[in-house]
Design a protein around this ligand. Structure first.
Ligand SMILES: [Zn+2]
Length: 219
C-alpha cells in the first residue's frame, strides 16, 4: 500500500452531503447516490480519488482508471460499522473491482491497517515471489480481510500478476530480480524515483517494488 493524502472533495459531492435530509442517516444518504442513479456525482468521486492515488488501487496498488469499469468508491471504515463516517470524504478511497480481493473482499469487516495510515508502507513485507506478509498482527489481519495474496491458495492470480509486473519494473530499472542489487545509494535513488508520479500516474505495483528494494537496503 501507499499512504493516501486526501484533498478536497469534489463540489458535486459536497453539495450532495449538504442536501442530506434529516430523515436519512449518513449511510442511507450515501446509498441514495446509487438508488437515485446520481452517476455524475459517483464518477466525480471515483475520478478524484483515483487522481489523488495516482491511478493505483488503494489496497493492491494495481492500475485503476477512475472510471466505473474498473474503479469503485470504497469506504475504509465500512458503512455498516461506521455509519456516521459514510459521507466523510476522508473515509472514501478508490478501489479496484477485482473479484475476491480489495473492495469485494473487504465488505463490512473492520480494517485494522489502512492506506490512510503511514504504517501501511512499512508493516507489509512484499516478496520477490509475489507474495506478501504482515510484520504485525494488524497487517496480517488486513491481508486476510482484503485477500492481498499471502499464499497461492488464497489469491494465486494476484500473486502471479504482482510477480510479473514487479519483475518487469525491476528489469526496466536495470535489476535482475534473481540477483538483486547491493548498491545502497543506487537502491535509494531507485526507490525515490519509483514513488515519483509521472504525468500524475504511478506505475502499477510501484509501491510494492519500492517496498522490496527497501528491504534489500536494510538487509
Ligand atoms: Zn485492488
Amino acid at each position: 500500500m501507499r499512504k493516501i493524502t486526501k484533498g478536497q472533495p469534489p463540489d458535486s459531492f459536497l453539495n450532495w452531503v449538504r442536501s442530506k435530509p434529516a430523515s436519512k442517516n449518513e449511510n442511507q444518504w450515501f446509498q441514495e447516490l446509487y438508488t437515485q442513479k446520481q452517476w455524475g456525482i459517483i464518477a466525480d468521486l471515483s475520478n478524484k480519488c483515483a487522481q489523488e492515488q495516482f491511478y493505483i488501487c488503494a489496497y493492491c496498488c494495481d492500475h485503476i482508471t477512475g472510471a466505473s469499469t474498473d474503479t469503485v468508491n470504497e469506504h475504509v471504515e465500512a458503512r455498516a460499522i461506521a455509519q456516521a463516517s459514510s459521507l466523510k470524504y476522508t473515509n472514501i478511497v478508490a478501489s479496484c473491482k477485482t473479484k475476491g480481493q480489495c473492495d469485494a473482499s473487504h465488505k463490512s469487516q473492520h480494517l485494522p491497517l489502512t492506506p490512510l495510515m503511514a504504517e501501511c508502507e512499512t508493516e507489509f513485507k512484499f516478496k520477490i515471489s509475489g507474495r506478501v506478509e504482515g510484520t504485525t498482527s494488524r497487517a496480517e489481519k488486513t491481508i486476510e480481510v482484503l485477500n492481498l495474496g499471502d499464499n497461492e491458495r488464497n489469491n494465486k492470480a494476484l500473486i502471479e500478476k504482482r510477480k510479473q509486473l514487479t519483475d518487469n519494473l525491476l528489469w526496466t530499472n536495470g535489476i535482475n530480480p534473481e540477483e538483486g542489487l547491493e548498491d545502497d545509494d543506487l537502491l535509494q535513488d531507485l526507490v525515490e524515483n519509483l514513488l515519483i508520479p509521472k504525468e500524475g500516474k504511478l506505475d502499477p505495483f510501484a509501491p510494492v517494488v519500492a517496498n522490496i528494494l527497501r528491504s534489500w537496503i536494510a538487509a
